[in-house]
Design a protein around this ligand. Sequence first.
Ligand code: AMP
Length: 115
Amino acid sequence: MLVPSDCIFCRIVARQIPSQIVLADDVLTAFRDASPQAPTHVLVVPNRHVASLHDLGDQALAGRLLLAASEVAKQEGLERAGYRVVANHGPDAGQSVGHLHLHVLGGRVMRWPPG
Ligand code: AMP
């Protein structure tokens, strides 16, 4: 599989670097964040390279990603207590990896507004 060699999430999707995958299908991959900010912290990414939410423009894929986030939360037992789904876009939001990802965070009480 040819992937942008400088995109770490493309390389995770292609199984070229190790990760703890919790859900995967033909369009998306969900894996544990390497630097978890909550007891559960999973990233849901499209298998094809999409730089950020603003480059998505694909309603079907957007829906699949969002439903996968809720599926991950269910798998992780977060349905009752609650969880948060976050997509950071751009420098002000602190996006550090240029491949769209939804953070699924749970397992602790979270504050609002976020920092
Ligand atoms: P963001 O700051 O919204 O772009 O989130 C990027 C996330 O990717 C951060 O929470 C990082 O901890 C996470 N991350 C970076 N490299 C890896 C990796 N190799 N495996 C898993 N998570 C990663």
